[in-house]
Design a protein around this ligand. Structure first.
Ligand code: ATP
Ligand code: MG
Length: 428
């Protein structure tokens, strides 16, 4: 174990939340060890601002819970304690120990156990241990650094600091074994490589193809949680490239992965959507998973709709059935809550309504609650090179007109030509 004294690293207590400092000092005060760990230490050492603070301790979840009135024990696969300070939640985990692979599967009751499936997948991991044991149970070396807010020392048991300096994402231990225990770690490797702009260690990357199929065992709900982290943390564009490069996209969105390989057009659309999301996050604008999903699954839905139209279905019912089928197929792999799949569908179906530039309906469309997202989606399609006969710029101008002028416009327009500019604005 390497110990780095306070004058040899850049972590300052100033950048650690009061809640986290309080939790650590109370745990120490009652005779326990307590360290800041994981992403917070990593981000502090990189000079960034952690978004949350996780703490590791030798106290059991029950002990931690008893020490903090504002806490509760959560989780089953991993039992952890959430300590709440206003809006901030500090996550406290008890050091995890080694689990005995040869042991008989333990009973479902009781806390201090681990379980593995026949294939080596870790079902439960609640064996408690020491700091050293805890360090090697973590996923990446750069996520396994510990900071002691009492002595100001950093503890490094797995060459995490070296990998931070080399800017390398490296799995701890034998990559194939660690991926087999928890296949989601492959997604985490790519996520952190994208987020931190790090390269991926050679062996860490090499073991992925042989283990990738294990992602098929992961429950759809967990994949959705991971999808949100992959695509909504401001590095979606880089993440998408890595997912394609390492052939893992097919475990999240198989239909999309296939399409993107075949069709440069849809690839351009999905890439543009990711860049757009990242820019919005960088500008602190709100982003919704619905829009992201609409872009990621559009290649599948659009192809299906085209297929149905060729078979003779009218456009609207074709899009409707295509959406339904696309969602049904996608949710076999990744669960998509209705609150996201519904607006996603509306964005798709709106694409047809936007083609209609005549009549009262077109004038009213602008005030529809889904207009904004659907219009943004249309622009994205154009940006990706789709030919829409100037539809995007028509709506760009048209939506700026007051309702009265919109009505005049759709009554006189033959469609296809751009709307007249708002006179008052030009004159001003
Ligand atoms: P972020 O900045 O995205 O929150 P993080 O490093 O804090 O990054 P979390 O998902 O919050 O990531 O996990 C906290 C810590 O728990 C990680 O740093 C890692 O040490 C450990 N961890 C999380 N998931 C796993 C896993 N699947 N296997 C092993 N260790 C894990
Ligand atoms: Mg975290």
């Amino acid at each position: 174990m390497k110990i780095i004294p306070r004058d040899q690293h850049c972590i300052s207590r100033k950048n650690i939340s009061d809640g986290a400092l309080k939790v650590m000092s109370r745990l120490r005060g009652s005779g326990h060890q307590a360290y800041l760990v994981g992403g917070a230490v990593r981000d502090l050492l990189l000079g960034g601002h952690p978004k949350d603070f996780d703490i590791a301790t030798d106290a059991t979840p029950e002990t931690v819970h008893a020490l903090f009135r504002n806490s509760r024990i959560i989780g089953r696969r991993f039992r952890i304690v959430h300590v709440r300070f206003g809006r901030e939640i500090i996550e406290v985990t008890t050091f995890r120990g080694h689990h005995d692979n040869d042991a008989e599967p333990t009973t479902e009751t009781g806390g201090n156990h681990s379980r593995q499936s026949a294939s080596g997948l870790l079902l439960r991991d609640n064996v408690y241990g020491t700091l050293e044991e805890d360090a090697v149970r973590r996923d990446l070396t750069v996520n396994a650094l510990y900071y002691d807010s009492g002595t100001f020392e950093v503890f490094d048991h797995v060459h995490g600091l070296k990998d931070l300096e080399r800017r390398t994402v490296c799995i701890i231990g034998d990559p194939a074994v660690r991926y087999t225990e928890d296949p989601v770690r492959m997604l985490r490797v790519l996520r952190f490589a994208a987020k931190l702009g790090f390269r991926i260690d050679r062996d860490t990357a090499r073991a992925i193809p042989g283990c990738a199929h294990l992602l098929g065992e992961i429950p759809a709900a967990r994949l959705f949680d991971e999808f949100l982290k992959l695509f909504l943390s401001g590095h979606a564009a880089a993440t998408l490239e890595l997912l394609m490069q390492h052939k893992l996209l097919q475990y999240l969105f198989p239909g999309t992965a296939q399409s993107l390989q075949r069709d440069m057009h849809t690839l351009a659309l999905v890439r543009a959507a990711m860049v757009n999301k990242d820019q919005r996050i960088a500008a602190d604008k709100p982003v919704t998973p619905a829009f992201l999903l609409a872009a990621l699954l559009w290649p599948v839905a659009d192809r299906q709709a085209r297929h149905l139209r060729e078979r003779g279905d009218p456009p609207i019912p074709a899009m409707h059935s295509a959406a339904q089928q696309t969602i049904a197929e996608a949710t076999q792999h990744i669960s998509i809550p209705r609150r996201f799949s519904q607006p996603m569908r509306e964005i798709w179906e709106f694409q047809l309504r936007l083609q209609q530039r005549r009549g009262r309906k077109a004038a009213e469309l602008v005030d529809h609650r889904r207009f904004r997202a659907a219009y943004d989606f249309l622009l994205l399609r154009e940006q990706a090179g789709e030919e829409t006969e100037g539809l995007g710029s028509w709506w760009t101008d048209f939506q700026q007109l007051p309702m009265e002028q919109r009505l005049q416009q759709v009554a006189s327009d033959k469609g296809g030509r751009g709307p007249r500019r708002r006179r008052s604005k030009e004159g001003a």
